[in-house]
Design a protein around this ligand. Structure first.
Ligand code: HAM
Length: 416
């Protein structure tokens, strides 16, 4: 083979695409029920949008972006996530000037140059939602509930909802210092990356996958013990609304997430069925991002569901989306084919899935194909039937056959 796809970039083939369509359709219905409207932003943006928005010291920005330069030397990047793009579009198009709450969703591919493995790709897809213009805590709960509702509606139940509060601009810096102090005391037990993180972005150490680091930070102070009163009250309110919705959740004091814009409520929805890549969805509040990207002070919260991971959890339902037909047309000979051709078009206009044999095959071979397609009915039109202006309609389940005048085939199909 001369060409193959790029490592970490995957083809999605039928019947799996049927599953993807189902997931998207279901998510759109849930979004609509929560009053969210769709926004579509470009797959590429100026690199600076992401480095400023997501944070220079995050893995995503420091090592995972696909970048290139335009003819003027400006850096551009394939989007590694949607939030920064949605905020850019929200500001650029003046949505913030209208005031009020904006509820936007987007579905599409994202790109991160990560080491590919099960559940981790370089081009992956997200179902992403952003709510801009409300400080919470009711909207925080709504977003968590909406994420869980999407998963449940697409048939995913065995997940764990983990939540944490990351504090705000007034309490986070104090915690950062406390954590920094602690980390400098255990510096020798940390990996190279974490030593760097300890200085530049200490909260990142909680994301480290190295076992010795995980062990070393077990005694680290957790943010929940250092958040201010306002943040603690906010978090309590969010939890009480989740209780009211009957949602079970786990408080995860070390949940920090991989993007720097988060504050206050953050959450991740995890599964035990996907190995190391256990996050099916993640999100949180990002009250400082709009301002950081040049806009006004504007609270916001959002989340993204990873479509590959969701699809992997529903893998065993894929055969359900295999090819099928309501009617298979077995026309024998060119004259029969020409006679039935416009009838096929009329049947499809009625919304029926109609398949036919394009080449010259005998009746036996055609019936075999009808079987494979799991067709409900087969219309058989041979030379004799054509002469009489009739067709044989065979019910594939009961094997019963009836003779139907050709000009009544379409109206008859309405009965099925
Ligand atoms: P994130 O946690 O980086 O958050 O990604 C959200 C979800 O995307 C993950 O939970 C995972 O299911 C999926 N995902 C991430 N990376 C990959 C990958 N390499 N391969 C397959 N799936 C992946 C964000 O992206 C935030 N923008 C979410 C958000 C929206 N926060 C506020 N608004």
């Amino acid at each position: 083979m001369e060409f193959s796809s790029i490592k970490g970039f995957r083809d999605i083939l039928p019947p799996e695409t049927g599953l993807w369509q189902g997931i998207e359709e279901t998510a759109r219905k849930v979004f609509s029920s929560f009053g969210f409207l769709e926004i579509r932003t470009p797959a590429m943006e100026f690199t600076e949008l992401f480095s400023r928005g997501i944070g220079q010291e995050t893995d995503i920005v420091s090592k995972e972006m696909y970048t290139l330069s335009d003819s003027k030397g400006r850096g551009m990047a394939l989007r590694p996530e949607a939030t920064a793009s949605v905020v850019r579009a929200y500001l650029q198009n003046g949505l913030h000037e209208a005031g009020g709450v904006h509820k936007l969703y987007t579905i599409g591919p994202m790109f991160r140059h990560e080491r590919p493995q099960k559940g981790r790709l370089r081009q992956f897809h997200q179902i992403n939602a952003e709510l801009l213009g409300d400080p919470g805590p009711v909207s925080d709960a709504e977003m968590v509930i909406m994420a869980m509702t999407i998963l449940e509606a697409i048939g995913i139940y065995e997940v764990r909802l983990c939540i944490n509060s990351l504090g705000c601009v007034s309490c986070r810096p104090g915690y950062r210092n406390t954590l920094s102090g602690y980390l400098s005391g255990i510096r020798n037990s940390l990996c190279e990356d974490c030593r760097r993180r300890a200085e530049l972005n200490p909260l990142r150490v909680f994301d480290c996958k190295v076992e010795s680091c995980k062990e070393a930070i077990k005694g680290a102070p957790s943010i929940s013990e250092h958040i201010c009163r306002g943040c603690a009250e906010h978090f309590d309110q969010v939890k009480s609304y989740l209780d009211l919705a009957g949602l079970a959740f786990t408080f995860a004091p070390n949940l920090v997430r991989g993007l720097d814009y988060y504050c206050k409520t953050t959450f991740e929805i995890q599964t035990d069925r996907l190995g190391a890549q256990n996050a099916v969805a993640g999100g949180g509040r990002y009250d400082g991002l709009v301002k950081m990207l040049g806009g006004p002070e504007m609270p916001a919260i959002g989340f993204a569901v990873g479509m590959e991971r969701v699809a992997a959890l529903l893998e065993d339902t894929i055969p359900r989306y295999s090819k099928g037909a309501d009617i298979f047309v077995a026309a024998l000979g060119e004259a029969s084919k020409k006679r039935i051709f416009p009838i096929i078009a009329a049947l499809r206009k009625k919304g029926l899935r109609v398949e036919m044999e394009y080449g010259e095959k005998g009746l036996k071979a055609q019936l075999k194909r009808a079987d494979k397609l799991n067709a409900g009915k087969v219309i058989i039109l041979g030379e004799d039937e054509l002469k009489r202006g009739e067709a044989i309609v065979r019910d594939m389940a009961t094997k019963a056959q009836e003779t139907v005048p050709l000009d009544r085939l379409v109206s008859l199909a309405e009965r099925h």
